[in-house]
Design a protein around this ligand. Structure first.
Ligand SMILES: N[C@@H](CCC(=O)N[C@@H](CS)C(=O)NCC(=O)O)C(=O)O
Length: 220
């Protein structure tokens, strides 16, 4: 058995944060596929009893430890290995600040927007999409401004705040109906820098569930 197990599925940008961190730090890890779409696996009483009371992925298992919330998982892995770790109190707080902004306002809207557009059984009222798109545009503009003239979100090196922020940003533009990298050049350049890191992998290559409805991977 691998040292780390990660409950995840390929379409989850929230889980991708953890999968990408594990890969970038060179961890010995394996995914445990959660059949979210067909079976609603995270919503079953069994999942909530035995895996995560919050009914979510990602869940990281490391020996006797079971961790949920990607921000917690990334913090744990950075502290454990020293890799992608913000240095000193100021950077730690700054990193947490961007992780919270990301979870709530950036990927916190991008994830549900993409879910509704691609995977929901019934399309919502267009006003719902319009509201969410307004929030997404506002949040991405903040991130683009932050990255203008700087290499990474918190310091001159990539930290867990950068990894967290990538959550949904590498999924194909057609899944959103807009092209984040093209419309926000500083984000686009930063995504290229993150992608150039050794051991970087795309969500569809790192986590099972591609093509949709299978346990496969894109390039394996
Ligand atoms: N803030 C959480 C968000 C986790 C999350 O929302 N995961 C989604 C998958 S992308 C989930 O498991 N949703 C289950 C549900 O809504 O029933 C994190 O970063 O870990």
């Amino acid at each position: 058995m691998s040292e780390f197990q990660l409950y995840c599925f390929a379409q989850s940008g929230n889980a991708y944060r953890a999968a990408l961190t594990l890969n970038l730090i060179g961890a010995d890890w394996e995914p445990i596929w959660v059949d979210f779409f067909a079976g609603g696996a995270t919503r079953t009483p069994e999942y909530r009893e035995t895996v995560n009371e919050m009914g979510e992925v990602p869940v990281l298992v490391h020996g006797n430890k079971k961790l949920t919330q990607s921000g917690v998982i990334l913090t744990y892995l950075a502290k454990l290995t020293g890799k992608f770790k913000p240095q000193g109190e100021d950077e730690e707080l700054e990193s947490l600040r961007w992780i919270i902004f990301d979870n709530q306002k950036v990927n916190g809207f991008l994830g549900p927007y993409r879910f509704l557009k691609n995977f929901a059984p019934k399309q919502p009222d267009p006003a719902v999409f319009a509201f969410m798109k307004g929030r997404i545009d506002g949040a991405l503009a903040v991130v683009n401004k932050r990255l203008t003239g700087r290499q990474y979100l918190v310091s001159d090196k990539p930290t867990i705040a950068d990894i967290s922020m990538t959550a949904y940003l590498y999924y194909p533009p057609e899944e959103f109906g807009f092209d984040i990298a093209a419309e926000h050049p500083a984000i686009g350049a930063w995504l290229d820098r993150m992608q150039a890191l050794p051991n970087w992998g795309h969500p569809y290559d790192l986590m099972p569930g591609y093509p949709f409805g299978t346990q496969g991977y894109r390039n394996r």
